[in-house]
Each structure stands twice: as C-alpha cells, then as structure tokens.
Design a protein around this ligand. Structure first.
Ligand SMILES: CC(C)(COP(=O)(O)OP(=O)(O)OC[C@H]1O[C@@H](n2cnc3c(N)ncnc32)[C@H](O)[C@@H]1OP(=O)(O)O)[C@@H](O)C(=O)NCCC(=O)NCCS
Length: 258
C-alpha cells in the first residue's frame, strides 16, 4: 500500500495491509471538477445548486474514494460514480466496504474487502481548542475515557484526547451504521483502550458499541488506528494539527445478532 498524499504515513504504515486509504486536498472547485471528470464522475444533480463548500467537500471525498478503490480493485473496475443511498451512505462496489470523510482541508476515504470486514469508518478533524474541549467534553467522553489520555510518552492534552474520542466514535458510527442502520449517540460507543506509539502521535484504540440499549450483550467490538498530523506550514490556515481515525468491525470479531 502506498502512503497516500495527505494521510499521515504513521497511520498508513500501522494499518492492516488489506485496507486501502487515500486523501485529497479540498482545493478550488474548478480543479476538483476537472480531477473528478478525469476519474469518470461529476457532481450529482442533487448537489448542483449546493454551496461551494459542500460541492468541494463532496468532490474531494469522492476523489479520495476513487483512488482508494483503484488501489484495492484496479482501475478497470473502479471507474465512475459512487452514488449514495437514502441515508447518505456511499454505495460501494459489490464485495467492498468503505467510508468517506471530509474536513480540516482534506477528503479522506478507506475501502477493504467485505468478506474480511463487516464495516469500516473514517474521520478527519482539526484538534479543537482547550475551551471547546472543556465545554463539549462531557457530551462526548466520560472520565474513564478521558483518563486514556495518559501515556508513557507524555500523553495527550485534554483537547487532543477529546478530538481523538470524538473522531474515533464518528468513525465507529460510520463503520456500523451501513450494516445495522441504528443511530448511536456518543455514550453508546465506549473507548476502552488506547495503545500509543512513538511519542504518542499515533496508535491503536479499542472501542465497543452498544447497538441496542434495551438488549444487554448486543455489542460490537471495534478496532481503530489514529494519527495526529503536524501543524500546517501555511500560516493562513487554522494552524491546529489534525487527527485522522479509521475504525473497523472485523468479521471474525465477537459475533453479534441484532
Ligand atoms: C454520519 C456522520 C457521522 C457524518 O459525520 P460528519 O462529521 O458530518 O461528516 P464527515 O465529513 O466526517 O462524513 C461525511 C460522509 O459520511 C458518509 N455518511 C453520511 N451518513 C452516513 C452514515 N449514516 N453512515 C455511514 N456513512 C455516512 C457520507 O459519505 C458523507 O459524505 P458525502 O455526503 O459527501 O458522501 C454524522 O453526520 C451523523 O449522522 N452523526 C449522527 C450520529 C453520531 O454522530 N453519533 C455520535 C458518534 S457515535
């Protein structure tokens, strides 16, 4: 797997080799439209009158998805549009699971074989300010999850831990929703463990989602990877690092029966 431009190499290198990822900068609209045309797709009719930001995010997400699919399947099978269903879930080719995110200046996508993974979710976010983390913290993570910020190599700041938990839970939701079609809140997904590597800038997480609060034991175990990227060199951008997360529900993980 090649280290896709924009995706931190530390994330790419720690992922299982059967997951393909790609990122694409959310550049000017005309450039994205041309890049999409070369890949055999265009903006869907429903987005023709959308605001510039939505159009650019959509295209950067779909261009990333096309590159990830080409890496997984080869270019012959992976051309054309990736439509969405009524819940906005992308429709992947037969036998493929995947996910798209766009934010913090990048589209980001990952795909893998459906016979290996039940679901896969990705997310990219800017690390929030300390004030935002303080204001929103209790809605996203509990004290036990916040305590996972401590690490052997200095640990994460509260703002970094908040953003990591937020992003990993969004990725977990995107991995599970296409399969189970259940809306989950932040407290329905528990971040159970964080294993950090290399000065705490990337690592692995374990999560568990309660798919049905009424039914004890209906829970999905999930594994994820994360990486913090460096601050932008560009002085004009909001100069906070990004966190990138990718979460999978493995097929050979603990079985669940919704
Ligand atoms: C789906 C959701 C997680 C998307 O997150 P976001 O931060 O708004 O946006 P992102 O840029 O990261 O991702 C958007 C992409 O996710 C995909 N997506 C949208 N809804 C989805 C769903 N229900 N399941 C899986 N993927 C979905 C789409 O590809 C979309 O991009 P597109 O419209 O250009 O195709 C969010 O909008 C949502 O519905 N949240 C409610 C549930 C939740 O957040 N619970 C807390 C975490 S458990």
């Amino acid at each position: 797997m090649s280290a896709a431009r924009g995706v931190p190499p530390s994330l790419v290198e720690s992922l299982p080799r059967d997951i393909s990822v790609a990122a694409h900068e959310i550049g000017p609209l005309e450039k994205l439209v041309e890049e999409a045309r070369q890949l055999g797709f265009s903006l869907p009719a429903a987005l023709e009158s959308a605001i510039d930001k939505r159009q650019r995010e959509y295209l950067a997400g779909r261009i990333s998805a096309r590159h990830a699919l080409t890496h997984l399947l080869g270019s012959a099978i992976s051309e054309g549009e990736i439509a969405a269903d009524d819940d906005d879930v992308p429709r992947w080719p037969e036998g493929v699971v995947g996910s798209i995110s766009h934010g913090a200046g990048f589209g980001f996508a990952a795909v893998a074989a459906a016979d290996r993974y039940r679901g896969l979710g990705v997310d990219v976010e800017r690390v929030v300010s300390t004030q935002q983390a303080g204001r929103l913290g209790a809605r996203v993570l509990n004290d036990r999850e916040m305590s996972l910020r401590q690490g052997s190599a200095g640990g994460l700041t509260e703002a970094e831990m908040f953003t990591l938990a937020f992003s990993a839970k969004e990725s977990a939701y995107k991995a599970l929703f296409p399969c189970y079609r259940r809306v989950l809140g932040f407290s329905d997904v528990e971040l159970e463990r964080r294993d950090a590597e290399e000065a705490d800038r990337h690592g692995r997480v374990r999560l568990r989602a309660r798919l049905d609060p009424e039914e004890q034991g209906v829970a999905a175990p999930l594994v994820g990877w994360y990486a913090f990227s460096e601050k932008d060199a560009d002085a004009n951008s909001r100069n906070a690092p990004r966190v990138w997360t990718l979460v999978v529900a493995e097929r050979d993980g603990q079985e669940l029966a919704p």
